[in-house]
Every structure is written in C-alpha cells, then in structure tokens.
Design a protein around this ligand. Structure first.
Ligand code: BGC
Length: 735
C-alpha cells in the first residue's frame, strides 16, 4: 500500500506538469489523511523560544516532520540546515510534501539595506524593487523560501515603533513601494531558485493602533479603511503576492485573525486571490485575550472559519483542528481549502519539483555578501538620506578642514545603524560613522571624538569632554538619535523627543559657537523644533544598514548630493499626533482671526517638516504648470506638465510631486492627495519638462454609497517639491 501511494505521489508531481497548480494541489490533497492536512496548516519556529506557553507538541521538529505534522518552519536558516530538515520531509514523511521555510527578511538577509521607512524615503520604487531582488537572492541562497515582508501598514502616528518597518503615511507611495517589493522578492518566476514568496502584512490596518501603542485596538470607518489603509495591501496582492499575514489587532471589535470581512469578503470575494494567509505569531491564540474565544478550541474554529490558513505558533490547529472536524464542529471543506492554498504556494515555488533547490551550499557561499548585493546596499542607503536643513550651505563640509569633532552616543556604534529586524547581519561588518569619517578624510584631519552622553538616561558627566572636543575643532558633527532597539515591534514611545540628554548636549555644543551638523539615526519621526530653529544643518539618516558610513560620509563631504524625501510627516510636538498631510478640511479650518476654528491654543497646526519634504545641495525652480485641458469627462485622463530647472551649482535629483484636491464630493475629501511623482536628475542649469497623467483611477474614492467612483466636479492640482511648496491649477470633471 505504501509503495502504491508513493508511486501515485511520484506520478502526481512528475507527470502532472501541465495541470494547473490547483489541480496539482488537489491531486496531493486526495491522498492526505485529516492529520496530514492539519499538519500543512501548522508552522513552528525552528530557533527561538515559542510565544505560546502551553500546548506545544512534545515531539522535536524532526519527529513532527516525519509524522507530517508540520508544514512550515520560520527562523530556520542556512542551506545546510534547511536541507537537513527538508530531507526528513521529502524522504521520511509518508507523503513527502516539502516544507516551506519562512523568515523576516525585512530589509536584508545578511547584507542589511536601510530600514523600510528609509527605503521609502528614496521615492524610487525601481530601486526598492532592486533592493528586494537582492534580498531575495541572498535569502534564497540561505535556504529561505518565504519572507514575511512587505510590511505595508499605513502609519500616521510616530509613537508606534513599527512605523520604521513600513513606507509611511501615504496610500499612493505605500502602494508603489508594496508592489515594488513583491515584484522584487518574487521575480518573474517564483519557481526559480533565487526568488522567494512575499507575505503582505500585517493585514489589516495594524498601523492604526490607538495612542500609537503596539498591539492596541484599531477602530475606523470602512471609508477611511478602504480609501487610506487598504490600498497598499491591494497593490501588493495585485502584484501577485503569494501570501498575507493576519494582523494582531482588532478592527471595530473583530480581531483580524477571526475576521471574515477582511479575509473572506475582501481577500477572497473582492480580490479573488489564492494567496494563503498565515496568522501572526500566536495571533489565533490571542483571540482568547481579545475576548472573542473562550479557549484555544474556539480560537481554532474562528481562525479556520475566517480562512486563516496557517497557524504560526498558537498550537490551535495542531491541538484541535482534527478533532473539531471529526466532531462536526468544523467543515472539512474549510480545512481542504486552506491546505489547497498552502500546497499551491509550494507548487508555485517549485518545491515539489526540486525541494532542495534553495539548499546549495556553494551558491550560498558565493551569494552571501556578494559585491552586487553590497553595491546595492550602498546605492539604496545613499538615496535614503533626507537633508532636513542646510543653512548657508554649510554642507557639504570641506575635506580640507584641520579638525572635526565627532560627538554623540551613536557616533561609534556599529549595531544601531543596522536598525531593527536586521536578521543575520553581523555588526562587526558595519563601519561606525566615527571610523567612516576618519577613513574618508585620512590622517591630515584631526578627529576629536567624545561620546558626550548615552542615548537614554540623564548622565551629563561626558558633556565637558564633548565641549572640549568641540572647542578645539573647526566643526562639530553630532550623531544622535534612537538606539535600534527603540523602534520596531513592541517599541512604542509616548514622547517623540530626542531621548535622554542628547538635545541638552547639542545645546552645549551649539553654545561653543562652532558650526554644528546633526546626523540623526532613528526609526520614526522625532520632534526636534529646537534643532530646526538653531542648528544649521540636519541630516535624517534613519538606519541606513551596513553601508551607513559609505552613504553618510559621502553626503557630509560632498561626494553625493542627497535626494531623499520624507514619506511621513514630522510633527513639532507629540501632541499633534496622529498627523498626516492628507487630512480633511473640517467645517472650521483654522482661521487665525477666529477663535472658534480648528487649532491648538498652545501650538501651531503645521508640522515641523511636511510629507514629501527634503532638500538638496542644489536648488530647483518650478515653472509653467500646464494642463492639457481644463475640463475632462469622468472616464478621460488629463495630462499635466511642469518645467523644473536646476538653478544651483550641483548635479542633483529631484522628486517632482503631484497632488490633487477634489473640492466638493458626496463625502468629504482630503485637502491634498499624492497621485503621482517622478524622480528626475538635472545638471546645473538644465531644465526638464515633466509630464504626468491623471487617470480616472486616480480620481476615484468611496462615495456616499461606498461605490468606488469618479464624481464630477471641480478639482485642484498641485505640483511641487513637497506637499506644501507647490504650484497649483484647476480642472473640472463632467459627466
Ligand atoms: C511580528 C511579525 C513577524 C512574526 C514572525 C511577529 O511578532 O508581528 O511581523 O513576521 O513575528 O517573526
């Protein structure tokens, strides 16, 4: 019997090539016992301790694999290790179904790129696709089939530490970044040995957490959800993402991991995707503390009924699903549908054809930290830096200075520049900025280094040495910010100031009268109005990854002209959050002559730096904003053009941004919405005409009846260098 089954299985996977993935999955499904089916829906972490306290299988991972009780592992890496486990699956389990290995390849596997919010600051989806491609090359060579990325959660609240993992506040930019990453990871052929399955997360609206506190409740109108939060998930699915992750949060009383609205209605019925859904870590188990399940059995029912296909670490499916089916509490069809989706992904990855294609130790050696990948980290890191201020062109600094003070708790760090989720990155391969500056300038420039203070805490005992260093130098470079551990999962903050006494340190340095350049390493918008007011030059570097020193020193000393733009608004004060440029006008927009309008008594409404903001060493002049016509029908497109001239001395790149405003709608519309942008390069004195097309799709929104339509009426169009400094024109849409 065993032999017959095996032959049948071989036939299924070998001669069924012409069948669709679904048919091939069905022919495997037909051979499976209920326990084996449930096994495909179970995922455990190979490395780290588990989050769920109870109910974890007593068997070790090898035994689970041999018995067909597990379909996937996360956190198992390396060609050799994954091969060992895969061998057990395809040689020792009854049905020889390959395992799928998942990992959080968020901004690199071994070679770390900038954190995603830094990558989004490039406003260069082609480059970010390349970054994801390189990450996939490296990860796939290390046996990884599947990354839990892109993280596409829109975030308007920088208190939320995971704002660092996403692309910021805007649905349009976020959608382009989401799709670019999916294309980069998955390539054109998912069955190739250098492409990996993408997992769009955290579905959905995880970034809308109340108070910016991680894992907290989300509650918003369906219109807000569909117009602002949902588009990046949809864009990623449309780009072909093979999987999604159900988020930890609830929305409007229903936790995502039990949400038929999210997982069945939107995902299956509206978007018609066969992408499979994995829970977040123990998120099925968390249906109990959420208060919608009384125990893990009930949680398992809610999860499978909502179509959460794979249970990451909750033990809910492992312990209860088979019994629930046998007792008639769960329809077998739900289990079959989930297994089919998981098997389809394994077929798409080509794992049935060659389960070891990702386990080539030689390829792994050649690929990890290859020149091509390292070069890409340099390119992306360079484009991710945002110049926030440069008074009197103090930057770039001259390489002929006699002495420079390098000060601050992040100056000599080789770990923090990597940012959170830096995976297998090795901090010993990171050059701290202090060393990078020394390398850049050679021995002729004296570097006076002082830490000054720690990132957190109130110890000022290092100030004196820092002040001395500043006094004996021509210029001060202060490298300050947040430790990498202050952003990312569970790292929410109630304040957004520079932590500890870092701002006090900068105030002391400023008092010396020496020019101070601030380099910020951080994973969220921080509130730095004093710096903006007093310090002549500020660079937002985010966490640029392994090529931090390359990118930052090139910008500091003029070998690279910064061109990043903020993908998220920087507030002046934490009291302004949530803050975002695409807000509504309200019935009482702020009017300084009228007290009874929408404003703060003790703070202006405007942010410190608006969405889309970022300077260059050169200057750009916008002119001749021209609309092809002033009236279009609602199914017509409109061409808009503008001239941009480089009026400065450096060659530079500019992100030309187009926003619209729908003046009167059946429902209220934002004061501005990004609808297009172009990143162009200009020589000094050069002018380029940039043309955009406003398609009907770009004018659509969910109307009063929740239909997604273009409504006739008057529109404004704005084109400029950020969301505030724009030229404007008008057009009308008619029936
Ligand atoms: C995070 C996910 C991540 C998963 C697996 C969870 O705690 O929320 O983003 O993919 O762990 O590591």
């Amino acid at each position: 019997m065993k032999k017959i089954l095996f032959l049948l299985f071989l036939y299924t996977i070998t001669f069924a090539q012409k069948k669709t993935f679904e048919q091939r999955a069905d022919s495997v499904l037909a051979l499976m016992s209920l326990e084996e089916k449930v096994g495909q829906l179970v995922q455990y972490s190979g490395g780290w301790a588990t989050g769920a306290e109870t109910g974890r299988p007593s068997e070790g991972s090898d035994e689970l694999i041999r018995k067909g009780k597990v379909g996937s592992f996360l956190n198992v890496v390396g060609a050799e290790q994954t091969k060992k486990m895969q061998k057990a699956a395809v040689e020792e389990s009854r049905l020889k179904i390959p395992l799928i290995f998942g990992l959080d390849v968020i901004h690199g596997y071994r070679s770390t790129f900038p954190v995603p919010i830094g990558e989004a600051s490039t406003w260069n989806p082609t480059l970010i696709q390349k970054s994801a491609r390189m990450q996939a090359e490296e990860a796939s060579s290390g046996g990884v089939h599947w990354t839990f990325n892109p993280m596409v959660d829109i975030a308007r609240d920088p208190r939320w530490g995971r704002i660092m993992e996403g692309s910021g506040e805007d649905p349009y930019l976020g959608s382009l970044m989401a799709a670019a990453r999916v294309r980069g990871y998955q390539g054109d052929d998912l069955s190739a040995n250098n492409t990996i399955l993408a997992c769009v997360k955290h579905y959905a609206a995880y970034g809308g957490a109340e108070g910016g506190r991680d894992y907290n409740t989300v509650d918003m109108s369906e219109r807000n959800f569909r117009d602002f939060y949902l588009p990046p998930y949809k864009a990623a699915v449309e780009a072909g993402a093979g999987s999604l992750m159900a988020s930890f949060n609830e929305i409007g009383g229903i936790p995502s991991s039990a949400s038929k609205f999210l997982l069945t209605k939107i995902l299956r019925d509206e978007w018609k995707t066969d992408a499979f859904v994995v829970s977040d870590w123990n998120s099925i188990g968390e249906l109990i503390p959420h208060g919608v399940a009384k125990d893990l059995r009930e949680a398992a029912i809610l999860g499978i009924e909502a179509t959460v296909d794979m249970d990451m670490e909750a033990n809910a499916y492992y312990n209860h699903l088979a019994d629930l089916v046998k007792e008639g509490k769960v329809d077998l069809k739900l289990v079959d549908d989930a297994v089919r989706r998981v098997l389809i992904a394994k077929f798409k990855l080509g794992l049935f054809d060659d389960p070891f294609k990702y386990c080539d130790v030689e390829r792994e050696k050649k690929t990890i930290r290859s020149k091509e990948i390292i070069d890409a980290t340099k390119e992306v890191a360079s484009e991710s830096l945002v110049l926030l201020k440069n008074e009197k062109n103090i930057l770039p600094l001259s390489k002929d200075l006699k002495s420079i003070a390098v000060i601050g708790p992040l100056a000599n760090s080789n770990e923090d520049p990597l940012g959170g989720w830096s995976g297998l990155s090795n901090k010993d391969e990171v050059v701290p900025l202090l060393e990078g500056i020394k390398n850049k300038l050679g021995n002729d420039v004296k570097i006076n280094y002082a830490e000054g203070c720690k990132i957190t805490g109130d110890d000022k005992s290092g100030f004196d040495k820092a002040i001395e260093a500043a006094k004996s130098s021509g210029v001060v470079i202060a490298i300050v910010g947040e430790s990498s551990g202050m952003t990312g999962e569970a790292n929410s903050r109630a304040t957004l100031d520079l932590p500890g006494v870092q701002e006090d340190l900068i105030k002391e340095l400023h008092k010396t009268g020496k020019p101070v350049v601030v380099v910020l390493l951080n994973g969220r918008p921080i509130t730095i109005p004093w710096l903006q007011e007093n310090i002549p030059a500020i660079i937002e570097a985010w966490y640029p990854g392994i090529s931090t020193s390359f990118a930052v020193t090139n910008v500091l000393f003029g070998d690279y002209n910064p061109n990043g733009k903020l993908p998220v608004t920087f507030p002046r004060h934490v009291g302004q959050v949530p803050i975002h440029y695409n807000h509504k006008n309200t019935g009482r927009p702020h009017d300084p002559t009228n007290h009874y309008t929408s404003y703060y008594m003790d703070l202006e409404n405007a942010p410190l730096y608006p969405f889309g903001y970022g300077l260059s060493y050169t200057t750009f002049e916008y002119s001749d904003l021209t609309l092809e016509k002033n009236q279009i029908k609602k199914d017509e497109s409109l061409k808009v053009s503008v001239k941009v001239k480089n009026t400065g001395k450096y060659e530079g790149k500019e992100v030309v941004q187009l926003y619209i405003r729908d003046l009167v709608g059946s429902v209220t519309r934002p004061v501005k919405e990004l609808k297009d942008f172009a990143k162009i390069s200009l020589q000094p004195g050069e002018t380029k005409a940039v043309e955009f097309t406003i398609t009907p799709e770009k004018l659509k929104f969910h109307d009063i009846n929740m239909n997604y339509v273009v409504e006739p009426g008057d529109f404004k169009v704005f084109v400029g260098t950020n969301s505030v400094d724009v030229k404007e024109a008008s057009f009308t849409v008619v029936e």
